[in-house]
Structures are given as C-alpha cells and as structure tokens.
Design a protein around this ligand. Sequence first.
Ligand SMILES: Nc1nc2c(c(=O)[nH]1)N[C@H]1C(S)=C(S)[C@@H](COP(=O)(O)O)O[C@H]1N2
Ligand SMILES: [Mo]
Length: 210
Amino acid sequence: MQPNFMRGKSPDKVKKIPDQGRGERVPAGQYVTQKFPVLSYGPTPQIDLKTWSLRVFGLVDRPLELTWAQFLGQGLTTLNSDFHCVTQWSALDQTWEGIPFSAVVGPAMPKAEATFVMAHSYGGYTTNIPLDVCMEEGFFAHKQNGQEMGKDHGWPLRLLIPSRYAWKSAKWVNGIELMPQDAPGFWEQRGYNNNADPWKEERFWPELNR
Ligand SMILES: Nc1nc2c(c(=O)[nH]1)N[C@H]1C(S)=C(S)[C@@H](COP(=O)(O)O)O[C@H]1N2
Ligand SMILES: [Mo]
C-alpha cells in the first residue's frame, strides 16, 4: 500500500538508485539519490549581501544582528553530513562550509530559560528545533560540495540540522529566535511531525496517519 506521505506525489519525480549495500546509512523508507532536488514552498527570495543580516533574538542577554562580513569573520569550518528529505530521497556525504550554530549563537548568550529555537527565513518560512540539538549539530552553511550554495538551495545561508528530515534545515535563514517553549513552524503547523527524526520515520503527526 502506498504510505500516507506519498499520496498525491509521484515517486518518479525523483530519480532513485539502490542504496548499494549501505543499508545502515539510509533510514527506512528512504532511497539514495545522486541528485539534490529543489523543494521550496514559494519562490526563491532575491537577497542582496549588502543588506543581508542574521538576527539572533528572543531569550538572549545580547541580541545580535550580523552583517555578511561579520558572519564570515567568525572562522569557517566544514561539516560532512547526510541529508534526508521526507519525500524519500537521501543524499549522502554532503560537504558543507560554514560556521557551527554554537559559534554564532553562543556569543548572544542564550538565557537559561531558552529551550527551543525558531529559525526564520527570508520569505517567511519558519521551522522549530530544540536548542540543545541546534547547539550540538546545527551548522550555518554557505557552500555545498565546494561550491557557493545554489540560490534555490538557500544561498547565501542555510541552517543545517543533519539528524532531522530536511524541512528542519531552513534555507535563506535570517533569524534565530530563542524561545521559552516549543512552537510549531511552517510545516509543523501543517501536519509534519514536530520532531522529524528520519531514523524513527517521524514524517507526519501520528493522528494524520490513520
Ligand atoms: N526557507 C525555506 N527553507 C526550506 C524550505 C522552504 O520552503 N523554505 N523547504 C524545506 C523542505 S520541505 C525541504 S525538503 C528542504 C529542501 O531543500 P532543498 O531544496 O535544498 O533540497 O528545504 C527545507 N527548507
Ligand atoms: Mo520537504
């Protein structure tokens, strides 16, 4: 039977290849693809680096608003991670260049009461993530596989959360809001699972899977 999350979607839209025996690298219900499809709600925003900024606000002692030069000045590192999209494709071994979440948000001095993050993007997209997950693995990327991030994939900056389905990896990120409690983001308000762990196949809210 076609699972719920596939209804209305054509599985042929994404070219699939077998996972070549790397089963344990690939969560259940996912296929490995060499392609990196674009999935956005709404158009790709037009962003000018001269006016770009990244705000860190909410429950912080020292709110920040970084320019592009200030952002880059913090020291670039790389991250290698797999990328799992809820529409069932996984792209393995992506190399990202950028700056860890903790290095950017730490200096804003999150208050002890801050437990959740809302990532905000140009265009109005939002997604919610626990603060401890962001601190542990969150990564602001501006390059993917050695190239400037594609405009449709979030240029100039994307917040990656590798352990969660890809809708938690906000493209065109421009704001990090620290919150006292959880609150659903754009897709989470529309029935996507709040936690989004691909290893548990947390795709949609359980009550919608009937
Ligand atoms: N700002 C923003 N970020 C977003 C989205 C979006 O519509 N807007 N879509 C999400 C979803 S549902 C997915 S599956 C991934 C897709 O990333 P990609 O287009 O780079 O493959 O981005 C996520 N981040
Ligand atoms: Mo998605």
